[in-house]
Write a protein that binds this ligand. Structure first.
Ligand code: AMP
Ligand code: ZN
Length: 309
């Protein structure tokens, strides 16, 4: 097997692109894919400071690595989520990556705000992934606005986008389909642009890139995600991909080109301003503030009950 670009012995086979690559050419190819996505979708320019949401997993660390190599101005944002040892390991890997390269990193520990994901989920009896998503979205927006970043980049890859699209289509989630894009423009003064520069590269490609670049990342899945429907969708899509290489890319790409504009055509109701935190909200109070309030009430009740015992 020879490299499609330089004819040296190839190490990676990408059936969906009908290509094989040696190490150097794969790194070039991967970075080029990301650069093209950023430029084609006008995600951000070289002059804009970008807040990169880094979890400590392969995708977001690979993204950060590529953005630095391409010369973008980046600052990392890591939320230490409070999901036991998994979160501790994620924080360690993220901090080690940033320190080794002298990169600026903002770290927020949710437990310091009384909002460790496992505590919030336990107290409110909400699914952990839903509580976690609500808090991540809130902190990404709030920190970006407060610190003057016009854009937040996440490491969502093609597998994430294809699985999300499949879920949205199976349930015909019209408002979600209207918002499933690699670039989301702000619809409120305290929202920032959200971008997904890896939306055209697969999870496998991100893992190979991270390996080739010597990036040390958390390999384990989040323990709260085990059994999640999203993983079933990914598994199904991988089986389809094995028999028809390129299926995932076509599914997402053709949706974005042909179908998404139809869903996005419906006028979106502009968000109001949350009375709790001043961030955008579709009701009087945003989902994050409602979650915080419920957590605090339940915690007080639990502590009062303990005091009586
Ligand atoms: P996930 O929702 O876990 O699939 O993660 C999707 C993307 O969200 C990652 O690629 C990161 O960019 C971002 N992200 C997830 N968890 C964190 C975290 N703890 N801190 C900062 N960013 C995160
Ligand atoms: Zn709020």
């Amino acid at each position: 097997m020879k490299c499609t670009r330089c004819k040296a012995p190839a190490e990676v086979q990408l059936r969906q692109h009908n290509s094989n690559f040696c190490r150097a050419c794969f790194v070039f190819f991967f970075q080029r894919q990301v650069e093209r996505a950023i430029e084609k979708e006008r995600m951000f320019s070289l002059d804009e400071p970008v807040l990169v949401a880094v979890s400590g997993g392969k995708d977001s660390l690979a993204l950060w690595d590529v953005l630095i190599d391409l010369g973008y101005q980046t600052t990392g944002l890591h939320l230490s989520l409070g999901i036991g040892e998994y979160s501790d390991a994620s924080t360690d890997k993220t901090v080690a990556f940033a320190n080794a390269r002298s990169l600026p990193l903002i770290t927020v520990k949710l437990a310091d705000h009384g909002l460790a994901v496992n505590d919030v989920a336990g107290l409110t009896r909400r699914p952990a992934c839903s509580a976690c998503g609500t808090m991540k979205r809130h902190y990404f927006d709030q920190l970006a606005v407060d610190r003057g970043f016009p854009v937040v980049a996440t490491g969502h890859n093609l597998d994430d986008e294809a699985a999300r699209l499949l879920g949205n289509v199976l349930h015909w989630q019209m408002p979600y389909l209207a918002r499933q894009r690699p670039v989301l423009q702000p619809t409120h003064e305290r929202f920032v642009r959200k971008v997904k520069p890896l939306y055209r590269v697969t999870e496998y490609e991100a893992a190979v890139y991270a390996f080739m670049r010597g990036i040390d990342y958390v390999v384990d899945e989040c323990p709260n995600a085990i059994g999640a429907t999203q993983l079933t969708y990914k598994d199904m899509l991988n089986r389809l991909e094995a028999t028809s290489p390129g299926s995932k890319l076509i599914f997402v790409q053709e949706f974005l080109q042909r179908a998404q504009p139809i869903f996005a055509a419906a006028p979106e109701e502009p968000p109001r301003t949350c009375v709790g935190c001043g961030m955008p909200s579709f009701g009087e109070m945003c989902g994050f503030c409602r979650l915080v309030r419920e957590t605090e009430t339940k915690r007080e009740r639990r502590n009062a009950a303990k005091a009586v015992q």
